[in-house]
Design a protein around this ligand. Structure first.
Ligand code: AMP
Ligand code: MN
Ligand code: MN
Ligand code: MN
Length: 280
């Protein structure tokens, strides 16, 4: 299936996407995707519905997740692919991340109550999202709905991004432990969107050295919107580290009309793809 259209990074309403897993899968199939991984943030809640929808739409679904991890005091994102979602180490990873997210959400809510002059920010956001551990985008949506900010970006800039009053640092799982759990479940760990961490070239290479030692096996290099310099840097990393290439749109919502499921840069013929590691 390496020559088919694929997408190994996208989000549904089970985390911070705008579409139900069924809508997402149907949209992917409509866009010509034949191999899809739903990679919601720190949850597998959308997977059963996505599986059903994929079967009905006649496309292949790979188990996926995007895990927020700590490396060297920074938050990085790993994509896990092709694991057994019922493996106890995978379940334990998801449970501990959900616990951290729930505590964080309660604290964000407490801070917003004061900073934005709202009552019950946490409960409002739980209701809006239908989740116990809503992520920051749901707080942004809640602030828009409450008339406190003009749009979601404004909510991040004013309250939710690092440095702002309602940002709450979270004790994410270590990169090593997350990779270990994904591997224990028979899956592959991918470093997601490596150009989004404001890393210098040197720091990215140091991170990848650590990632490979931890058991990381792939780098997300096929993503929309990379400039030629970034593409060259990632190609260099693929040459210099024993990593396969993954790719995904990081689709969240149809509102971002410039970004579509399965619409990735062309795959260079000699690029080793993550497909071979997950039997896809
Ligand atoms: P969380 O995992 O709850 O911290 O939420 C992170 C998500 O919020 C990311 O996956 C993006 O979808 C979104 N996000 C992160 N930073 C920003 C930002 N500065 N502006 C808008 N959206 C953001
Ligand atoms: Mn997101
Ligand atoms: Mn991410
Ligand atoms: Mn993502």
């Amino acid at each position: 299936m390496t020559d088919c259209r694929f997408d190994f990074h996208c989000h549904s309403l089970a985390s911070d996407g705008a579409l139900t897993p069924t809508e997402l899968v149907e949209r992917a199939a409509g866009a010509g995707v034949q191999l899809l991984a739903l990679t919601d943030h720190d949850t597998l809640a959308g997977l059963p519905e996505a599986r059903q929808a994929a079967s009905a739409a006649g496309i292949r679904l790979v188990a996926g997740i995007e895990v927020s991890v700590d490396w060297d005091g920074r938050e990085l994102h790993l994509v896990g692919l092709g694991f057994d979602p019922d493996h106890p180490e995978v379940s334990a990873l998801v449970a501990s991340q959900q616990q951290a997210r729930t505590l964080r959400a309660e604290r964000i809510g407490g801070r917003l109550d004061k900073a934005a002059g709202l009552a019950n920010s946490y409960q409002r956001t739980v209701t809006l999202s239908g989740q116990d551990a809503p992520g920051r985008p749901w707080f942004a949506k809640m602030l828009v709905a409450a008339g406190k900010v003009r749009d979601e970006q404004h909510a991040f800039n004013r309250y939710l991004k690092p440095g702002q009053s309602c940002f709450v640092a979270t004790p994410w799982v270590s990169m090593d432990a997350a990779v270990a759990a994904i591997r224990a479940g028979g899956g592959v760990a991918v470093l997601a969107h490596p150009t989004r961490y404001s890393f210098t070239r040197r720091k990215l290479r140091r991170c990848l050295e650590h990632f490979v030692v931890a058991g990381g096996a792939a780098l997300e290099v096929l993503t929309p919107g990379l400039n030629p310099q970034q593409q060259a840097l990632l190609a260099e990393c693929l040459r210099d580290f024993p990593l396969h290439a993954s790719g995904g749109s990081d689709f969240h919502t149809p509102k971002q009309t410039w970004l579509e499921l399965g619409r990735l840069p062309p795959v260079p013929v000699d690029m080793p793809l993550v497909h071979s590691l997950i039997g896809a």
